[in-house]
Write a protein of this length. Structure first.
Length: 178
């Protein structure tokens, strides 16, 4: 039986997430999520999405979608932001009481993302984010770059870079969730 992956494109609808001029986190997060879904599907995984368009989905509903799907892994996709325009890099989060599987996926995803992009490695961090705490499956949240950094922002909104990120995340997942 194929493993089930639930992909959560952060924010959406009335919640744009972080912004930089006309760039909105919710749009790039959805683009990356779609690219990730495509490579996972092609790799033989069952793919579920918490949203497939620009709609608001509550944090509780995001967890419910994953839990009802019986997901083997939950992956939330985001863009980071900072008051400092020079903040840069990629980081991956796990819940502070995360399972060994979640930590292993996070470590592998982070490693693959840095290898694929050459971005600054901000590491794997622990957090109490609602979606990490309230999904039944192992869960990670990936901050794919800083929307507040002009150079990273421009890349994050290109299809080629979104595809690069998706393939790297897939590579990290595939090493653990088989």
């Amino acid at each position: 039986m194929a493993k089930r992956i639930c992909i959560d494109a952060g924010h959406g609808g009335s919640d744009p997430g972080a912004k930089n001029g006309t760039y909105k986190e919710k749009n790039a997060a959805l683009g990356i999520a779609f690219e990730l879904g495509l490579v996972l599907y092609r790799g033989g995984y069952e793919v579920y999405f918490t949203r497939t368009n620009d709609t608001a989905v509550s944090l509780a509903d995001r967890c419910t979608i994953s839990n009802l799907a019986g997901a083997d892994l939950f992956v939330s996709v985001h863009l980071n932001s900072s008051t400092s325009a020079s903040a840069a890099g990629i980081e991956t989060y796990v819940y502070r009481n995360a399972s060994a599987t979640a930590r292993n996926v996070a470590d592998n995803v982070q490693k693959k993302l840095i290898e694929a992009t050459g971005s600054k490695n901000r590491g794997v961090k622990e957090s109490g984010f609602y979606v990490l705490k309230n999904t039944k499956s192992p869960a990670i949240l990936v901050e794919t770059g800083f929307i507040s950094n002009t150079t990273e922002c421009k890349k994050l909104f290109t299809t080629d870079y979104q595809r690069t990120l998706a393939k790297a995340i897939y590579g990290g997942i595939r090493q653990v969730v088989k």
